[in-house]
Design a protein around this ligand. Structure first.
Ligand code: SF4
Length: 259
């Protein structure tokens, strides 16, 4: 990951204000994947790639019932897992990732999901985002910030990260702007705001309480306001006289005078 750049006091104050407002707006924010153990959360997070938590939550009850422990997955095969995850897209890859990661958890980690980023990253289907989800939610360990599509979009709209920043750069920026013990919650808060108000299309900018105040700092809202103001200014200007109209009037006046 790129080196951390130190934020200014003003940037830190702004981030603290945003965090307080998000906490007030979404006091119940939490991971919306259903799970009852660390290995179930790991499986659900692997399955959540390129689909919604709602879809994953529809598929996992029967999957978790059929494979209650990492050992049960390890004794099966990707082909046996596939029917349970077929509805989620990329199901062959996902079934294989679930099978291989659970087999590793069973054989190498004694049925316990590892609690370090480095160990988690050795499992198939586990990248930094998935590892952050598991560490933060299953073990309350904050070593990074989950940057999914909502966190990426909101970080840019709220000018927490540069418009052209990639996922790794956004994560690094959020890590220097927000206190470490809030990193897991921060991602929940941004995801909740992204799902409920600040959507990819059709954001309800004027409807949501948090945007009544923090919206003033929102890059997208500021741009929209500037455009609206410019449109008003243009429509308020008097229309210029048309040259042809001027000539017609003059000719008419001359004719009127001559008769
Ligand atoms: S003002 Fe609109 S674009 Fe900005 S954070 Fe709120 S919902 Fe998102």
């Amino acid at each position: 990951m790129p080196a951390r750049s130190t934020p200014s006091p003003a940037e830190l104050a702004r981030a603290a204000k945003l965090l307080a407002e998000l906490l007030a707006a979404y006091p119940d924010a939490h991971c919306e994947l259903n799970y009852s153990s660390p290995h179930e959360l790991l499986v659900a997070t692997i399955l959540s790639a390129q689909t919604t938590d709602v879809n994953v939550n529809k598929a996992t009850p029967s999957l978790f019932a059929r494979f209650p422990t990492p050992a049960d997955y390890a004794r099966s095969s990707p082909e046996e897992i596939e029917p349970y995850v077929r509805s989620l897209g990329f199901f062959r890859n996902k079934a294989r990732a679930v099978f291989e990661s659970m087999r590793e958890v069973h054989h190498r980690f004694n049925d316990q999901v590892p609690r370090t980023m480095d160990e988690l990253l050795t499992l198939r289907g586990v990248a930094r985002k998935t590892a952050n989800v598991v560490l933060g939610n299953a073990f309350n360990i904050n070593v990074g910030v989950v940057v999914d599509t909502h966190v990426e979009r909101l970080s840019k709209r709220l000018a927490l990260a540069p418009k052209k920043a990639n996922v790794a750069q956004i994560e690094r920026r959020l890590m220097v702007l927000f206190p470490q013990d809030h990193w897991c919650m921060l991602s929940h808060l941004l995801i909740w705001h992204g799902r409920r108000a600040c959507k990819a299309r059709g954001s309800s900018c004027d409807a949501h309480p948090i945007c009544q105040t923090f919206g003033d700092h929102c890059d997208r809202r500021t741009t929209e306001r500037r455009a609206a103001k410019a449109a008003l200014t243009i429509s308020a200007k008097p229309a210029p006289l048309r040259k042809s109209g001027k000539k017609t009037t003059t000719r008419r006046a001359k004719n009127a005078g001559g008769s």
